[in-house]
Design a protein around this ligand. Structure first.
Ligand SMILES: *Cc1c(COP(=O)(O)O)cnc(C)c1O
Length: 378
């Protein structure tokens, strides 16, 4: 087999699946500079508008002043610094768990956690729409993988009945490309009935849903019934990094076994310091105000059946159609990339519109007008 990268690229282009990086010349925010143009950004995961906030920029600077720029080594050698420990204590309190562990990304959380806890002879049962990092981690673990159709409780129950070994159910609180939630209370009942554990990825729920933005587990009062609560610091929290909140026993074992933690340099201490500040904002009255603004925008973007999350997709199906719609929106000054295979299934290409508390009501209004002109109203 030859490398022939050119024909691989040509095939992707022919299938309308070719992707390119786009460089922003400004900070993140509702208005961004791209190639000399100012665009209204409806594509970031900065749901509370914290990425470019004065509060987090100041916290980052304070972190640099106190602890310098780099962490020097991996967490187990000498890279665990006071801000990492303080952030983990704050995350455990936020998630109402005994302990929490931070990683350099949400992706690294999945890759470190799942293979550390299950392996050959065990079974992982995944929702079909689970994020790529959960799928990759399941494969890496060597456990048997079973998949149930999106949010399909009956199929999940059947798979639980026949699963072998230790059984881990994996799903998301809010699905990243559809913006809907999982039926968490029912899933918790099912996994408990079968003695399975649950890993819940709250990447898009944290900061957005639940009292103080503490996620879907908190909204439903299920914090002490979800064994593995995973999340990221890179979406509503406005920074980067990921965490796992769980029992002390789980966290201690991960410190010994999670390879993406052990064999990777600790994130810069200033980042942990700023993430701690982000948690303080998210759980404060200021966080409540930002969530209120965000949910107002969400209601206006989908008046028929307002979603619970900041993700408001317009599913177009065909890849070409989604690309064309995205290009038309770009001409009108809106940055909303088309999401295509392999991020979503073939033939379910979409515009993934995301709202932020930092958007102005006029920006929501003009997007709605533009969508209507393009025949893309909900
Ligand atoms: C973004 C995302 C991740 C990965 O988090 P990063 O911190 O960006 O690596 C994991 N799971 C879901 C559902 C996500 O949307």
């Amino acid at each position: 087999m030859s490398w022939d990268l050119q024909s691989q690229a040509a095939q992707l282009k022919a299938d309308h699946l070719w992707r390119e990086l786009r460089t922003l010349d400004s900070a993140q925010g509702p208005l961004v500079q791209v190639g000399g143009r100012e665009l209204v950004n409806f594509s970031s995961n900065d749901y509370l508008g914290l990425a470019d906030s004065a509060e987090l920029s100041e916290a980052m600077q304070e972190g640099v002043e106190l602890y310098g720029a780099g962490s020097g080594s991996s967490r187990l050698v000498c890279g665990t610094m006071k801000p990492h420990a303080e952030l983990e204590a704050a995350l455990a309190a936020f998630k109402r768990t005994e302990a929490a562990l931070t990683f350099s990304s949400g992706y690294a959380v999945a890759l470190g956690t799942i293979p550390a806890l299950v392996g050959s002879g065990d079974t992982i049962i995944l929702d079909k729409l689970s994020h790529a990092c959960l799928v990759d981690a399941a494969r890496l673990s060597g456990a048997t993988i079973r998949v149930f159709p999106h949010n399909h409780l009956e199929k999940l129950r059947k798979l639980l009945e026949t699963a072998k070994g230790r059984v881990l159910v994996v799903t998301e609180a809010v699905f990243s490309m559809d913006g809907d939630a999982c039926p968490l209370a029912e899933i918790v009942e099912l996994k408990e009935h079968h003695g399975a554990w649950l890993l819940l990825d709250e990447a898009h729920a944290v900061g957005v849903i639940g009292p103080q933005g503490r996620g879907l587990t908190a909204a439903l009062g299920l914090e002490n019934r979800v064994e593995l609560q995973m999340g990221t610091l890179s979406k509503a929290l406005g920074l980067s990094g990921g965490y796992l909140a769980a029992s002390r026993q789980v966290i201690d074992l991960l410190i010994n076994r999670a390879r993406s933690l052990i064999y990777s340099t600790a994130p810069p201490p200033c980042l942990a310091h700023a993430a701690r500040a982000a948690l303080d904002i998210v759980t404060s009255g200021e966080g409540d105000r930002r969530r209120e603004t965000l949910h107002g925008h969400i209601r206006r973007l989908s008046p028929g059946a307002p979603g619970i999350s900041a993700i408001v997709p317009r599913i177009m199906g065909d890849e070409t159609r989604a690309m064309e719609a995205s290009a038309r929106l770009l001409e009108s000054g809106f940055l909303i990339p088309a999401i295509r295979y392999p991020t979503v299934a073939r033939g379910s290409a979409r515009l993934r519109i995301t709202a932020s508390a930092a958007h102005q009501p006029e920006q929501i209004q003009s997007l709605l007008q533009c969508l209507a002109q393009l025949g893309l109203s909900d």
